[in-house]
Ligand binder design. Sequence first.
Ligand code: 4NP
Length: 156
Amino acid sequence: MTTKVLMVCLGNICRSPLAEGILASKLPQNKFTVDSAGTGNWHIGKKPDERSIAVAQKNGLDISIQKARQFSKTDFDNYDYIFVMDNTNYYDVISLAENESQKNKVDLILNALFPNENVDVPDPYYGLANGFDNVYQMLDEACTVVASKLIEKHPY
Ligand code: 4NP
């Protein structure tokens, strides 16, 4: 049995694929499974945005084999933790939840760095290229905290 973590953004091509790759790199593979999904359906089946692939590669991670998929209600049962990138993702995911225990699985990823502040990871899709570097740094810092908490809660 592994502890399962899902990263969620809008398109599942920019932010959540990075979050998936970064968190997975900080956790022991035999104890944790990390995946990602988008609330939207436009990019289903596509690999991550080239700019996300590039910033990951620059930091030593290969995320190019990931394939976008849409978040589904069944993810509430299949995952133990669901981290969303921004407040819109939070609203979209929570509105599909059927009970408190499902809602309690969901949190904004930057709350790992700024507890209860509900800060967004900005969507870099339409922005400048360095937006991807900024997103990478934020996610790297947040995932360091998330990974140490997960390892503490689920010792191996
Ligand atoms: P992501 O970025 O949610 O970080 O994957 C986006 C990717 C695509 C679109 C929006 C955000 N889009 O509108 O196609």
